[in-house]
Design a protein around this ligand. Structure first.
Ligand code: F6P
Length: 549
């Protein structure tokens, strides 16, 4: 369907039908839904690759799901999906194809952008990365003084940091434990300071990751890292052995002083937040090795193929996307929690924040008209069980509806001691208990039956009816991580397609960048910045006083 010929979402009959259905469903609770359908606990589930997805604890009936699928059909989600996989320029405001799926396509696939098959270039870069990663891992690639590389520092921000940092953490059990791998993103000098203060420059490799190679934080940190290295090694030639670049911009890489032979390329059809399975994953590949990295790509591909071919009734990204639309647009839910019960996934939700919020944090549609419906939710969360002792109170008994994803694994990682492995059942008992408590709560009658004094009954009652998705896999392997990330990538895609927004641009981050450039001279030199508002002018004055200027 042509975007600009599209009926406004909230004027479609499918939307109206959902609004009506929402009214009719009223306050129906999960207790009633489960009582009405004994097969719900197994029937409302999906298997995708290694992921078992239970969506039974959602405030939906067969009718809800049917109506949601009709909305997806009316908004031609699968049409846009096919256009994406074909390499059409569906990122309309930047006139770009959206082809992160090509990053994990098999060698013999043919995917064309402007008439050129991009798959051979994808594999050429993967092979070059594998060769380099092996040389670093084996010690064949040495630093300027001939010492072996023992430390890898990825310098990047946003998509050039969050993906590899998240995946490195997630797959720590698969990493070469003799290598120290760190990630520097913040322009706050403290970040770089803490990352390198105990490292030997002669043993340190900096990976400068930036799609554009113009991002001020990354260029500033990279420049400081080079100064640190050259202060120690005293020879400009050292840069060639201690700096590599991951970028689409060879000109800027060369200008910075990195030999483009030490550059690993990717392309403008890879969005930053969709890029960690491209060259941006080099630090991860060095840490886990090329074979594991390829296993991760295989995992991505399993879910890509599922999304591309599974019918609407059993298409997991479609379903998860639709459930988000259901709560955001018809229940008024503002946020979505992602709660992994795996310490290794401690950065997973932070990664998803960029993926989801930078993609779908939009308020005009593809034609530039203001949307009249909610778009992307606030995504948040941290690993269980920690969150249980912090903010779960609000999810259980607060006034907001917060749909949540619970992600857990049947097996702890192999290298834990037997005693630590035994803790896994306790972790997972909490995992299952929480979704049960959220769904079914505790009625006042049940509270009273425990002999609770009447004045405390309201306080100890759990309303229940809090929707959750449970995603369970056997263990957190590279492939399973790839599957999980692809699942969320495509879920975000589905929602953007329904809301008729461009999920692949990010103009909203520009204004702050421009203003920061304008304000900086006021801080450093006390320069008069024309057009500075009264509040900011006063704050800058205070800052300069406190800074001793
Ligand atoms: O400012 C936002 C952003 O453009 C993100 O989309 C991107 O991931 C990040 O900055 C870093 O950009 P780059 O990889 O070009 O340095």
């Amino acid at each position: 369907m042509n975007a600009d010929s599209r009926t406004r979402l909230n004027q479609t009959p499918e939307w109206t039908a959902l609004a009506k259905h929402h009214e009719e469903l009223g306050e129906v609770g999960l207790r009633e839904l489960f009582a009405a359908d004994p097969g719900r606990g197994t029937g409302y589930t999906l298997r995708v690759g290694d992921l078992y997805i239970d969506y039974s604890k959602h405030l939906v009936t067969d009718e809800t799901l049917r109506l949601l699928r009709e909305l997806a059909a009316a908004t031609d989600v699968f049409g846009l999906r096919d256009a994406m996989f074909r390499g059409e320029k569906i990122n309309t405001t930047e006139h770009r194809a959206v082809l992160h799926t090509a990053l994990r396509a098999p060698r013999d696939a043919v995917i064309e952008v402007d008439g050129e098959n991009v798959v051979p270039a994808v594999h050429a870069v993967l092979d070059k990365m594998a060769d380099f990663a092996e040389r670093v891992r084996s010690g064949a690639w040495t630093g300027h003084t001939g010492k072996r590389i023992r430390n890898v520092v990825n310098v990047g921000i946003g998509g050039s940091d969050l993906g590899p940092a998240m995946a490195y953490e997630a797959l720590r059990a698969y990493t070469d434990r003799d290598l120290t791998v760190r990630f520097v993103s913040n322009v706050d000098g403290a970040d770089l300071h803490e990352a390198i203060r105990d490292l030997d420059p002669a043993e340190t490799l900096f990976i400068i990751a930036s799609k554009t190679f113009t991002t001020i934080e990354t260029v500033t940190n990279a420049t400081s890292a080079r100064t640190w290295l050259l202060d120690a090694l005293g020879d400009e030639a050292a840069v060639a052995k201690h700096f590599v670049a991951l970028s689409t911009n060879a000109g800027k890489v060369a200008e910075f002083g990195i030999d483009t032979a030490n550059m690993f390329e990717f392309w403008d059809w890879v969005g930053g937040r969709y890029s960690y399975d491209s060259a941006i994953g080099l630090s991860l590949m060095i840490a886990i090795g090329p074979d594991r990295f390829r296993e991760m790509l295989d995992g991505f591909r399993i879910v890509d193929e599922h999304f591309r071919t599974a019918p609407a009734e059993s298409n997991a990204p479609l379903l998860l996307g639709l459930l988000g639309v259901w709560y955001g647009n018809f229940f008024g839910a503002q946020s979505h929690a992602v709660l992994p019960y795996s310490h290794y996934l401690s950065k997973f939700t932070a990664y998803l924040q960029q993926l989801d919020m930078e993609s779908n944090g939009k308020s005009v549609d593809r034609d530039g008209r203001p949307v009249e419906w909610q778009t992307g939710p606030v995504v948040w969360g941290t690993p269980g069980t920690n969150g249980q002792h912090a903010y779960y109170q609000l999810i259980h008994q607060g006034t907001k509806l917060i749909p949540a994803d619970f992600i857990g694994f049947a097996r702890p990682v192999a290298e834990l001691s037997d005693e630590l492995k035994a803790q896994h059942d306790l972790l997972m008992a909490n995992f299952f208990a929480q979704t049960q408590a959220l769904a079914f709560g505790k009625t006042p009658e049940e509270v009273r039956a425990e002999g609770v004094p009447e004045e405390l009954v309201p306080h100890k009652t759990f309303r229940g009816g809090h929707p959750t998705t449970t995603i369970l896999a056997r263990e957190l392997t590279p492939s399973v991580l790839g599957q999980l990330v692809a699942l969320y990538e495509h879920k975000v895609f589905v929602q953007g397609a329904i809301w008729n927004i461009d999920s692949f641009d990010q103009w909203g981050v520009e204004l702050g960048k421009v203003l920061a450039k304008r304000v900086e001279p006021a801080l450093t030199e006390g320069a008069e910045v024309p057009g500075l508002d009264a509040s900011t002018r006063a704050l800058v004055r205070s800052y300069r006083e406190l800074r001793g200027r």
